[in-house]
Structure formats: structure tokens, C-alpha cells
Write a protein that binds this ligand. Structure first.
Ligand code: OMD
Ligand code: FE2
Length: 433
């Protein structure tokens, strides 16, 4: 069983139409009395029926069997992958981790998920679940869907071949994949192993930010988002469908591949985006701008301007600001910040923040450049620009505090000495005589 890519369409949130067999899509209606080729019609909605037109997302899928056809759901445990973010005290300490160790036993993407942190939950339809994955095996005869949230997958090492109901996404490090709530998929690993990050967004669907005074271009361009063309398989066998529903995993027998959608149309679909295409906007006079300038996608909350989650990147760029401490400043924010590094080095941390690693700085926790970065940037020659190259860091930034899981705090890959990176920031103050 393997479906290869049937190519892509482009445009974030567009109305798409695609068929793997010509003549599949009905013309002038969505649900004709009989669908072409003996297919079933099925609607998949991602927003309320009555959501305003600009926010309304749904697609029509024309498939070999309806998605209702499968066995009984039974509880399924993958104890490292969950939404138990706890209700007790949460440490305000700065936290950092090394990459998740590679599995020793054969482990597919679902078994390789490790929940690091999160807030809110599917019942509240707000917050995020933040997970790492490390896998070394394809998902075999197994498909997954997440009813709790949209999935933002950030591969860090190894490519992912993601076969979804709506077509195939081939994703490599420095690209991201977005899988809408409910869409069934399986993942195989063309490089035999893979490691990365996965954010489960329980809130409103991710969207491109408004550009305001930036104008009509800049940041992530809608045309750079790639949406798969329909691709399907007609396969029967003894398989399993794994669902994530209300924070728990469930498993049902399924006698066929659910990737049986021959054609679909609509604006609710998976997509991928190459972060290297991001058009970074920055300061060309003085001062280091707020990181919102690097916003790729955001999940709005009910309060205007306050996101449930912002997905921000720190891509290669040129820094030319004058009379300025060029790296990120020391700061405390109302928002909470979970960061990861896909490639290279991050300009606020001379060492210790490694590709595949991650950090957590919660609301009002002081953080910023480490001592080595401070020393270097405080005396750097500003007559020359800094070419920040070979880098791709990112941040999941949320309005609610990000609660690390008990297993993340206890993990052997946690850097228990992280705070020491600021210990060298000695007193330079001398009161004028
Ligand atoms: O903490 C961080 O490294 C992320 C970050 C980067 C930046 O340029 C400004 C603020 C901020 O929180
Ligand atoms: Fe920060």
C-alpha cells in the first residue's frame, strides 16, 4: 500500500477542486442522487455551518465508502501521547530540552509521539498540545485522525510522506504540514527515521495574519501554500483506525483503507508550506522589532489581536540596525513561548539550544540572550550588517500559560542546568561619582 503524490494546487484557504478520475466531481450540485463511478458523497466541515463566509471552511469528498464504515471504537493507550497538562502548580522556571532520543524498538509516528506541554483542551476548543516525535518505522495498516485539533507538523530531521484522505503531502525539514481536524492520514518515513515537532491546535483554525501597514505582500505568501491533488487507493484488509477524541486515543477495526477519496472540492484541506519562502520584514534603522513581525500563521482567540496560538519563525535574514543590540533583547512577556530549532543555530543562544531541542519560557518569566551572546553583540562592529544564515528556529506562542507535562519535567533529555546560561551576566553598573 502506497499512494504517491499526484501534485499540488496552490493558495491558502482557496476553493479547490480536484479529481483523480475525470468526471468524479458533480457539476452544479454537491450531493446528486447518484455520484459518478458509484462513489459516496460526504461533507466534512471544519467551521460551524453558519460561520461567516470569509471564515467558513468545508469540503465535499467523493469516496469509495463513507467514513462511518468501520468497527467499534475501543480505548487505546499510547501513554506518552496525551493532553494531561495537569491542574496543579506549574513552575515559572526557564526550561530547555535536548532532542527526543531516537527510539530503540520499531516505532511509527503515532507510537513515537511524546507530549511536552500544553494548555486548554478540546472540550474548551482553546489552547494547544505540544508534542515531539521520534520514529523509525512507517505507519503500517494504520490511519490516524485527530478530532481534538488541527495538526501543525514541523519536521526537523527526516522527510515525511503523509498520505491523507485528500491527497499526499511530501514534507522535508524546513517545510511544515497542516492537517485539519478530522482528516485521516498515515505517515511513512522515506529516510527510515524522523524527528520533529507537532502542535495540536484546539482553537480556531490557523490563518494568515493581516498585513496592516506592511502592505499587500510580505511574510508568508498565500500562493506558496501547497494543497494536494486527490489521490486514492482501493485496498481491503485487516487494518486499524486510530482516533484522538477528547484527549484520549481510540482504536477501531477497519476493513479497508480510508484513503479512498477519488475527488474532492472545497476549502477545508491539508497543506504544506516551505518556511524558506517566508519574506522576512525587519528594522532597517534602529532597534530589534517584536517577534510578531515573523508571524507565519495564527489561531485567533475571541479577543481581537490576542492569539490562541501564534506560529512564528526566525529565518535567515540580514540585520543592519544601527546603535542597536541586534539579537533578541532581555524580556518578559504576557504570552508564553515554546521554541524549537529546525536547523542551524539561533541568534539569541550561542550554545545549548540545538536542532531538535526545545525551550519553554512562560508568562512573565525573564529570558533573552545568553551571556556569551550578550558579550559578543554588545561590542560587535555595527558598520557591517550581520548575515544571519543557516538558521530556522520557530515559536509556538500562546496567550495561556504552557504547562509542561510531568514526563517532560522528568525527562532525561531535559537540560537541568539551563539557567546557568545567564549566570555569566555580571554587573557592569557603576554609579557616576
Ligand atoms: O525568546 C525568544 O528568543 C523569542 C523572541 C525573539 C525575539 O526576537 C524577541 C522576543 C522573543 O520572545
Ligand atoms: Fe522570548
Amino acid at each position: 500500500m502506497a499512494i504517491s503524490s499526484n501534485g499540488y494546487q496552490t493558495g491558502f484557504g482557496n476553493e479547490f477542486a480536484t479529481e483523480a478520475i475525470a468526471g468524479t466531481l458533480p457539476v452544479g450540485r454537491n450531493s446528486p442522487q447518484r455520484v459518478a463511478h458509484g462513489l459516496y458523497a460526504e461533507q466534512l466541515t471544519g467551521t460551524a455551518f453558519t460561520a461567516p463566509r470569509h471564515a467558513n471552511r468545508r469540503s465535499w469528498l467523493y469516496r469509495i465508502r463513507p467514513s462511518a464504515v468501520h468497527g467499534e471504537f475501543k480505548s487505546f493507550e499510547q501513554p506518552r501521547f496525551h493532553n494531561d497538562f495537569g491542574t496543579g502548580p506549574v513552575t515559572p522556571e526557564q526550561l530547555r530540552w535536548n532532542p527526543l532520543p531516537a527510539p530503540s524498538a520499531p516505532t511509527d509516528l503515532i507510537d513515537g509521539l511524546f507530549t511536552m506541554a500544553g494548555n486548554g483542551g478540546s472540550a474548551a476548543q482553546a489552547g494547544v498540545g505540544i508534542h515531539l516525535y521520534a520514529a523509525n518505522r512507517d505507519m503500517q495498516g494504520r490511519w490516524f485522525y485527530d478530532a481534538d485539533g488541527e495538526l501543525l507538523i514541523v519536521p526537523q530531521h527526516g522527510r515525511l510522506h503523509i498520505e491523507t484522505e485528500m491527497g499526499v503531502l511530501d514534507v522535508e525539514p524546513q517545510e511544515i504540514a497542516l492537517i485539519p481536524r478530522g482528516v485521516r492520514f498515515s505517515v511513512s518515513l522515506p529516510d527510515g527515521e524522523a524527528r520533529g515537532y507537532m502542535c495540536e491546535n484546539f482553537g480556531a483554525m490557523l490563518k494568515l495574519p493581516d498585513l496592516g501597514v506592511i502592505g499587500s505582500n510580505g511574510l508568508a505568501s498565500p500562493r506558496d501554500f501547497q494543497i494536494p491533488n486527490a489521490a486514492y487507493e482501493d485496498v481491503e484488509g485487516d487494518f486499524e483506525l486510530v482516533a484522538k477524541f477528547q484527549g484520549h486515543l481510540w482504536r477501531a477495526y477497519i476493513g479497508h483503507s480510508p484513503l479512498d477519496v477519488v475527488g474532492w472540492h472545497g476549502n477545508y484541506a491539508p497543506c504544506k508550506y516551505d518556511l524558506r519562502r517566508f519574506n522576512a520584514i525587519g528594522s532597517i534603522s534602529h532597534d530589534h522589532p517584536d517577534p510578531s513581525i515573523f508571524l507565519v500563521l495564527h489561531s485567533p482567540s475571541d479577543s481581537e489581536g490576542v492569539s490562541n496560538m501564534d506560529f512564528v519563525i526566525f529565518p535567515p535574514r540580514v540585520l543592519a540596525m544601527q546603535d542597536t543590540f541586534r539579537p533578541p533583547w532581555f524580556h518578559r512577556n504576557i504570552a508564553s513561548e515554546f521554541m524549537g530549532l529546525v536547523h542551524g543555530a539561533y541568534d539569541a543562544k550561542a550554545e545549548g539550544f540545538v536542532p531538535g531541542g526545545c525551550s519553554l519560557h512562560n508568562s512573565m518569566t525573564g529570558h533573552g540572550p545568553d551571556a556569551a551572546t550578550f558579550e559578543k553583540a554588545s561590542s560587535a562592529d555595527l558598520s557591517q550588517p550581520d548575515y544571519i544564515s543557516d538558521t530556522m528556529a520557530f515559536m509556538f506562542e500562546t496567550r495561556a500559560v504552557i504547562r509542561p507535562t510531568a514526563q517532560a519535567i522528568a525527562a532525561s533529555h531535559r537540560q537541568r542546568e539551563y539557567q546557568a546560561c545567564w549566570a555569566g551576566l555580571v554587573k557592569h553598573f557603576r554609579a557616576p561619582a
